[in-house]
Design a protein around this ligand. Structure first.
Ligand SMILES: Cc1cc2nc3c(=O)[nH]c(=O)nc-3n(C[C@H](O)[C@H](O)[C@H](O)COP(=O)(O)OP(=O)(O)OC[C@H]3O[C@@H](n4cnc5c(N)ncnc54)[C@H](O)[C@@H]3O)c2cc1C
Length: 419
């Protein structure tokens, strides 16, 4: 786009800050965030090949982010009986990118640096902390803040998360656009690495609990209780997510978004898992219960000069670990606005191009994430994995669609191997 646009981004989470990093190169960017800053928490995040490659190309520093490259995904039963070992190198060597573990707060700090520091091209984004967007005229780009301020924009990006207040304005629909409970909740917490080592020694385990592996411990009894652990912050912290069906969590926590866990609650729900897990739960730092929600795929992500991205566009449960990654791919797509090849197009036309690619991809992943819950379709895991981590970027996807090809080429997936 030859002219400099005034871009307003609603929400300073993962997707909003990264979109700001992309667009600041050529445009004036304002991010409106209702929190006062320093608000990102809730344990850790896995970013796979496509996501980590995108963020690194934009200046993300793994060292600052305490990001660890994953080596293995190990699946166990609840008593440490090994079920499978998936060496991630099988994927990473072919996909030219790694699977990584990071503490969410560290990733968010890095994204804030990318959006606002002077180290990167263009003008730093201006973040209005503690400001809430109350309404958006999605056609004209006028953004109304609750405190009475009004911001005229050429491009509005709604990155306001799973409880987006812009989503229904884009869809022009009040009903069926909200994320709904998926049937399970995750108790998320962290445990300091030295405490984890102490607990492992107490239980006579000799393996290194802070090795860069994702461990999945499954109840295997039809109750679909699962513990997922992996280290982050350069091995200083173990991230834990204990997932259980809502019907076993008999209290109001499941009605809220992220309530504090009750004393002894995790122990009660996972009482039959190896005692080591119960000790981990007892030493949990700030355990919270997240009711896992997802949203039906939307019929559009854009209207006028406004675009939904991240969880506002395609909230999904974490079963395929794709929510943050799809948010990152969305943000990267705004690079079309920096490319002179797209100078002749209007803002709504470019948003339609982004919608064409991003909605097809995120809808596919939302659909598979739903299928994947409860581990019902493990045989398809291989196909899902290749699809999730194969994304050639917005321009290549548009070229492939124009040529009548599948948007995502599964070069390395072999149907026979997966059976
Ligand atoms: C238990 C769990 C585990 C997960 N694990 C993974 C994982 O391993 N890998 C992965 O890729 N994804 C994971 N996800 C998903 C991932 O966390 C989300 O997809 C991602 O955070 C979405 O980012 P976002 O920027 O769209 O939204 P958010 O991070 O929610 O940011 C939205 C921002 O908008 C602000 N905001 C909202 N409304 C307004 C308003 N009106 N005005 C101004 N500001 C506003 C909010 O304060 C917030 O800062 C997980 C999710 C959960 C619940």
């Amino acid at each position: 786009m030859a002219r400099k646009l005034n871009v307003t981004i609603v929400g300073g989470g993962i997707s909003g800050l990264l979109a700001a990093r992309v667009l600041r190169e050529k445009h004036n960017v304002t991010v409106i965030e209702r929190q006062a800053g320093n608000h990102e928490f809730s344990a850790a995040i896995t970013l796979g090949p496509t996501a980590i490659n995108i963020v690194e190309s934009l200046g993300f520093d793994r060292k600052r982010g305490g990001t660890m490259a994953a080596e293995k995904v190990l699946v166990w039963n609840k008593n440490f009986g090994r079920i499978s070992e998936n060496i991630t190198k099988k994927y990473t060597s072919k996909l030219n990118g790694e699977f990584t573990f990071s503490y969410r707060r560290d990733v968010w700090d890095e994204f804030l640096r990318l959006a606002t520091s002077n180290e990167f091209p263009g003008s730093p984004a201006n973040v209005l902390w503690g400001s809430t967007v109350g309404n958006v005229d999605v056609e004209s780009g006028t953004v109304y803040l609750d405190d009475g301020r009004k911001i005229e924009s050429d491009l509005v990006i709604a990155a306001d998360g799973i409880r987006s207040s812009v989503r229904h304005l884009v869809l022009q629909q009040e009903e069926s656009v909200h994320a709904r409970p998926s049937g399970s909740s995750a108790f998320r917490f962290t445990v300091p690495g030295d405490v984890v080592r102490e607990i492992h020694l107490k239980h006579g385990r000799t393996d290194d609990p802070m090795a860069p592996n994702m461990n999945l411990y499954m109840s295997m009894d039809g109750t679909q209780r699962t513990c997922v652990t992996y280290p982050c912050r350069s091995g200083q912290i173990l991230s834990c997510a204990f997932v259980a069906p809502d019907k076993l969590i008999a209290r109001e926590t499941v009605e809220s978004w992220a309530a504090e866990a009750e004393e002894g609650e995790i122990r009660r729900l996972f009482h039959d898992f190896d005692p080591l897990f119960l000790d981990l739960a007892d030493r949990a730092v700030k355990p919270r219960c997240w009711r896992l929600r997802d949203q039906d795929p939307l019929h559009s992500y854009t209207r006028g000069c406004t675009m939904l991205i991240g969880d506002a566009a395609h909230a999904m449960t974490p079963h395929l670990g794709q929510g943050g990654t799809q948010a990152i791919e969305d943000a990267a797509a705004f690079d079309l606005f920096n490319d002179p090849a797209y100078d002749a197009y209007s803002v709504p036309e470019i948003l339609q191009m982004i919608d064409r690619v991003r909605r097809q991809r995120a809808t596919q992943i939302q659909t598979w994430t739903r299928e994947f819950q409860g581990w019902k379709k493990r045989a398809l895991e291989e196909k899902y994995t290749w699809y999730c981590w194969s994304y050639p970027g917005i321009k290549e996807c548009l070229t492939r669609l124009d040529a009548g090809l599948e948007m995502i080429e599964l070069k390395h997936f072999n149907e026979t191997d997966a059976k």
